[in-house]
Design a protein around this ligand. Structure first.
Ligand SMILES: C[S@@+](CC[C@H](N)C(=O)[O-])C[C@H]1O[C@@H](n2cnc3c(N)ncnc32)[C@H](O)[C@@H]1O
Length: 167
């Protein structure tokens, strides 16, 4: 599903020249399916050191800037400017572990577009979570006039948030 996933997201956000991937895990290895240009910069943040070393090794092989960073995004919000920031499959845990940091993180990111994803169904199967996470997403940016585009890919619920309306 990766090509369709990124095609549909970037059809909304535009194709980023600079992409941030927060709490990235191994997601940057999906770069070949993102349909992005070879001169893209992909800032990738994670707290797992071997993962960051692997990603920079991979970026080197792709001829991309070695922009994977060992960074705890709860203690140091990313400061790099970009077009799009991905925060996939991690906001529920981030909010659970770090309390109210979700909203200030989203506000601080120096990007036009935020792309967050959540499970639409519980891991044990069966229980629908889309309503709960839709409400959570709207709470996170409550008071900001930031339009949201929602998409569903299998059991992954994605929100593209346009921060360009600056309030
Ligand atoms: C569920 S995985 C999500 C990976 C990726 N976003 C994806 O969609 O495949 C969570 C990742 O977040 C990283 N992580 C957890 N807390 C973090 C923090 N405070 N700062 C940076 N990365 C963090 C973990 O090391 C792990 O690689």
């Amino acid at each position: 599903m990766l090509p369709a996933f990124y095609d549909e997201i970037f059809a909304v956000t535009g194709k980023p020249k600079t992409l941030l991937d927060l709490a990235c895990g191994l997601n940057p290895l999906a770069f070949p399916w993102m349909g992005l240009d070879g001169d893209t910069t992909l800032y990738a943040y994670d707290i797992h050191e071997p993962r960051i070393a692997l990603l920079n090794g991979y970026f080197r092989l792709e001829g991309l800037p070695e922009a994977a960073k060992l960074q705890d995004i709860a203690h140091h919000f990313p400061e790099e400017e970009g077009d799009v920031a991905l925060f996939l499959k991690e906001m529920p845990r981030y909010s659970r572990n770090y309390g109210n940091l979700g909203r200030p993180l989203l506000e601080a990111l120096r990007v036009r577009w935020l792309v967050l994803s959540f499970p639409a169904v519980s891991a044990h199967g069966g229980r629908k979570l889309d309503g709960r996470y839709r409400e959570f997403m709207h709470q996170l940016i409550d008071g900001h006039d930031w339009p949201i585009t929602e998409m569903l890919f299998g059991e992954e619920l994605v929100f593209c948030v346009d921060k360009s309306v600056n309030n």
